[in-house]
Design a protein around this ligand. Structure first.
Ligand SMILES: [Zn+2]
Length: 120
């Protein structure tokens, strides 16, 4: 790192000091992360972000794992923009959360692949 750049506190991007945003008293971040952070705050304040308890209904968990793999492959495609990749990663995180909650009820072997590397 040269004297003229700082590391983003969120994504570790190197940012020109002149373009860095002061995140708080101790950290800088890049404009993209700051925008993301502000978008999150605005969404919270506007009530757009809310927790919900949902029932999944009947799920073919093996099928869901394959569907997730398709998303992972799509995110790796060179045709995706950074924003599209972020959207897919958000969806994958969302699915992970659902799987984790389901695994607490149904067991890891039902929800997650009992034979890693063999199924997909
Ligand atoms: Zn950043």
């Amino acid at each position: 790192m040269s004297n003229n750049t700082v590391s983003c506190a969120h994504c570790d991007a190197e940012v020109e000091l002149s373009e860095a945003v002061v995140h708080d008293a101790t950290a800088f971040c890049c404009e993209a992360c700051r925008d993301e952070y502000n978008r999150g705050l605005q969404a919270e304040e506007s009530g757009l972000v809310q927790e919900a308890t949902v029932s999944t209904g009947r799920v073919d968990w093996q099928q869901l794992r394959m569907q997730k793999n398709t998303l992972i492959n799509l995110a790796g495609s060179k045709h995706m923009t950074d924003e599209q990749v972020e959207h897919i990663e958000g969806l994958l995180n969302f699915l992970d959360t659902i799987q984790d909650a389901a695994a607490e009820q149904l067991g890891e072997d039902v929800v997650f692949c009992p034979y890693p590397g063999q199924e997909e």
